[in-house]
Design a binder for this molecule. Sequence first.
Ligand SMILES: [Zn+2]
Length: 146
Amino acid sequence: MENTEIIKALRLCAKSGNIIDYCELGDDNGCLYSDNCGDCIDNLLRAAADALEAAEKRIVELNTKCANLQSQINEMENEIEELMPKRGEWIGIEYDGYADGYPVYDVWECSECGEEHNGEEDTLPNYCPNCGADMRKGEHDEQADS
Ligand SMILES: [Zn+2]
């Protein structure tokens, strides 16, 4: 029996106003279960249970799909993060003297990866040779505005 027939049978029974105890419809009025009154309800409940079961399976499928998509999005976000040029700065960590009251650093550390650079301030590279972070000062913001 198709679900549409079950629904039709239930609608017909419902018109009689008492679908649980008995149905006043007979063959002449279109009842599909006149020989075995009550089957319409049984079949409807069975169909409803089947439909619920199928819906629950579908929800599980969709949730799994959703979780997979979310993890793909997370992976893409991580990839984008890696592709974006990082900004960093050289941090002086050792100095060998003072000039005008300020320490003259000769050992520096990348703020992003900890890569060390030996040499005075004018030898610092624009990009960290280890992690590639952009170490230039001040120019980033102007680039972002344009
Ligand atoms: Zn670095």
